[in-house]
Design a protein around this ligand. Sequence first.
Ligand code: PMV
Length: 326
Amino acid sequence: MNSAAGTSSGLPAPPATSGETGARAVRGTAFGHGKVILIGEHAVVYDQPALAAGLAMGVTAGATDGTGRLTIPAWDVTVTAGDESPVGRAFGALLARLEVGDVDVSVEAALPSRAGLGSSAALAIAVARAVALARGRDDETARAAAAAAETVFHGTASGIDLAAAASGAIGRFRRSEGWRELPVLQAMPLCVGLTGRPRDTRAQVEAVRRLRERTPAVTAVIEALGALVEPAEHALAVGDIDGLGRLFDVAHGLLAALRVSSPELDAMVHAARAAGAVGAKLTGAGGGGAVIALAPGHERDVLARWKSAGFEGFSTGIGGKLEWPL
Ligand code: PMV
């Protein structure tokens, strides 16, 4: 029964299913946070620092005794470890790293997939931790297994998504230094807007790599993105929302210079500013995906402006208070 079930991230284990019904007991349950990158996407690939924040929404994985099946009803996904699908290959790599084969994992996803909100990293960390808890592996091994899955999804990912998915807090990440949680004076409401166009992280990272090779001056843009991190850290530490918003605007311009923005992303950023945001930028790999906007007191206006332009969005909180009802 459930008494042996482990949990991660402080979530209660779901009730174990009764043997009488024929269902299997959940052995391990874990949560992975969605995330937004506040400053430094793409530059972080080149060992510049970056800032990310965990979201309250994410995915919950439950591991039972089984034969290597993964089901995610919300995303219409059912795979077997090692099958030809990207999720099947990622799940196979994850289980291989944990040296486990005899589990099934069921996932509840409250995060849109491929929207630029870190769904693959949230999935990887939740599944890896659930299986690790079910089979007595340590958290370091679970993180390595999640990284193996992310490599299948994204090639050589910097690791920022996984660090934010595992932490749920605001942190600073640098490839050569890892993740460090940051002091934040006050939680901040944040508007998140969705273009509805799936983004392809691998393709976007590759496009920036080619641009940088052909145009060495682009290195200065990457360094300029990295230079925004220290003032952004200061803005968070003293609760300067306007200051952080201005840095969002600069970051969006620099990301556009790397050619990872799109007409939809630009339209959403401009709409947010017109509705009263103090700053807005694309978040994540770009091309499609999501934007974020800081609009203290104007969250409803931003969401309404996006809606009238045909884009969905929601308001959330970063830096401690993760739920932020309007
Ligand atoms: O997967 P996304 O959309 O959050 O993008 C990841 C961030 C990049 O900097 C573009 C890539 C990386 O590996 O850091």
